[in-house]
Design a protein around this ligand. Structure first.
Ligand code: NAP
Ligand code: MG
Length: 495
């Protein structure tokens, strides 16, 4: 034995640096066996139910109501009644309720974060540090506007629309709920919200927050169910539909509402370009690439799923990216060390697997770091494809999973041309030390959000939304308040 080995032998310092499990306890949660529908401030019984599970091990969590057309009708009627008094309240009164909701959400954040990760599969550190703080921040932000609408829209007379039907997806259940409900309430509307089929539990827990806050009955109603419940809401007697989800369903809703008086906003899919120039801060950029695509298992509409690297630094960027990917920890969403959690549903996993197969068949080169995936539940290893053709399905279609497609470019003009060559236009990223180049790129990229030297940053004050097939209408900021208001025709923005 050498001296060094002898010293190591006596040393208390561990030689194995793998992380010990650090599971977040679920003891803070009380999950009911069976949930009804939250209509008119009461729990109403439903005729049919379905089981909601945890994607980490497919274990059943609760029975959730499948709202029928008649149930949706009742919820809209309750919202219609509540609208009469809610819309007449002084803004300062509405904001009191909203500040209460925000405070209670912040106080109960841990409970919500644990439930979000359990039902949806996202890492607890994300639901704890991103989803819940941002959801509370949205209520705080819009609460502040409720009594200042005439200052927010000077020389105009903002009025609420009426009853808003809101349909949200499964990737950010609480955050999407907050994005939808907060501006609607601040503007004086009442709401019927349908959460996604696979992630209804935090929206149902939110009903308890509404009760605690003393929100008048019927101002917010929650109807759970599958796509047919969403379709019933679209067809019901609402004044507006706000939808976040896939482009396919968004288009179907738009067709359905064509020729009606109902207002519509759509937040749909994306295929964001994350563009890396050769003067970037390379380690920071690699962190941004990883955050851009592996955050929330890539179940992010604005995920940086197409990486464009300037040819001159292609090799070091890809080498560092692969090194960094090998350090990602994949596993139990409730473990505080986990970086990449479970895929949300079997259906989504099948879609990811199919597109990854297509990528291989079309000749792209696949890399996955060595990692052990849990045996039960839905899992997919972080994946990067190099040698991707611009026409390949993995470069064109939204995968909505932890799969990155890498392409290259030589000049800024070429980067813009390639980045804009997609039916989508939700977000983009630019990595360069040159400020003028950031502005030059931002002007030319057809994307609702352009991040510079960062990615996936959200703030309630900042508008978010898409171009082209990524939808229309904005959420966040005053831009996100406007689609929940009506103005005299002569006062409409821009005309
Ligand atoms: P989805 O299938 O379109 O579902 C979205 C919501 O619509 C769910 O509540 C869904 O219910 C409901 N729905 C399904 N069919 C409907 C119909 N015919 N009429 C009315 N509602 C219907 O999308 P997803 O698979 O849940 O979510 C992933 C997609 O959402 C991705 O494409 C992603 O890019 C997009 N997304 C966009 C944003 C954004 O802000 N732009 C944010 C997040 C996600 P079920 O759950 O029962 O199917
Ligand atoms: Mg769906």
């Amino acid at each position: 034995m050498t001296d060094v080995e002898k010293r190591q032998d006596r040393s208390p310092v561990p030689t194995d640096w793998t992380y010990a499990p650090a599971p977040e306890s679920t003891s803070i949660l009380t999950i009911e066996e069976r949930y009804g529908l939250y209509i008119g401030g009461e729990w109403q019984k439903a005729k049919e139910h379905f089981t909601t599970i945890s994607p980490r091990d497919e274990s059943p969590l609760a029975e959730v109501a499948q709202a029928s057309e008649a149930d949706v009708h009742d919820a809209v009627a309750a919202a219609r009644t509540a609208f009469k008094t809610w819309s007449k309240l002084p803004g300062a009164e509405r904001s009191k309720y909203m500040f209460r909701i925000a405070r209670i959400l912040a106080e109960r954040a841990r409970e919500f974060a644990v439930l979000e990760s359990l039902n949806g599969g996202k890492p607890i550190k994300e639901s704890r540090d991103v989803d819940l703080p941002l959801a509370a921040a949205h209520f705080f932000y819009y609460a502040g506007w409720a009594d200042k609408l005439e200052y927010a829209f000077p020389n105009r007379t903002p009025q609420p629309l009426g009853v808003c039907g809101q349909i949200i997806p499964w990737n950010f259940p609480m955050l999407m709920l907050a994005w939808k409900i907060a501006p609607a309430l601040a503007a004086g509307n009442s709401v019927v919200l349908k959460p996604a089929e696979t992630t209804p539990l935090t929206a149902l827990l939110f009903c308890d927050v509404l009760r605690q806050a003393g929100l008048p009955a019927g101002v917010v109603n929650i109807v759970t169910g599958d796509g047919s419940t969403g379709a019933a809401l679209v067809d019901s007697d609402v004044d507006k539909i706000a939808f976040t989800g896939s482009t396919q369903v968004g288009k179907a809703i738009q067709r359905r509402l064509a020729g009606t008086e109902k207002k519509l906003t759509l937040e749909l899919g994306g295929k964001a370009a994350n563009i890396v120039f050769d003067d970037c801060a390379i380690d920071q950029t690699v962190e941004g690439i990883v955050n851009g695509i592996y955050f929330n298992q890539g179940h992010v509409c604005c995920a940086g799923s197409r990486l464009f690297v300037q040819e001159s630094i292609y090799e070091p960027v890809i080498a560092k990216l692969k090194q960094r990917m090998a350090t990602l920890r994949i596993g139990d969403p409730l473990d505080k060390n986990t970086d990449v959690g479970a895929i949300n549903s079997r259906e989504q996993l099948t879609r990811i697997e199919e597109l990854v197969e297509a990528g291989k068949e079309e000749g792209a080169e696949i890399y996955q770091p060595p990692c052990r995936l849990p045996e039960q539940g839905y899992w997919f290893a972080p994946t990067v494809f190099t040698n991707v053709a611009q026409s390949a399905r993995i470069a064109q279609e939204e995968i909505f999973g932890p799969v990155l497609s890498v392409l290259t470019f030589r000049t800024p003009e070429e980067a813009v041309e390639k980045a804009n060559n997609t039916p989508y236009g939700l977000s983009a990223g630019v990595w360069t030390e040159k400020g003028s180049r950031i502005l030059w790129m931002a002007e030319r990229l057809r994307a609702g959000v352009v991040w510079a030297n960062t990615f996936n940053r959200f703030d309630p004050t900042s508008p978010f939304g898409g171009y082209k097939e990524s939808g229309f209408g904005r959420e966040g900021g005053l831009h996100g308040m406007e689609p929940y208001l009506t103005f005299d025709a002569a006062e409409t923005f821009g005309g």
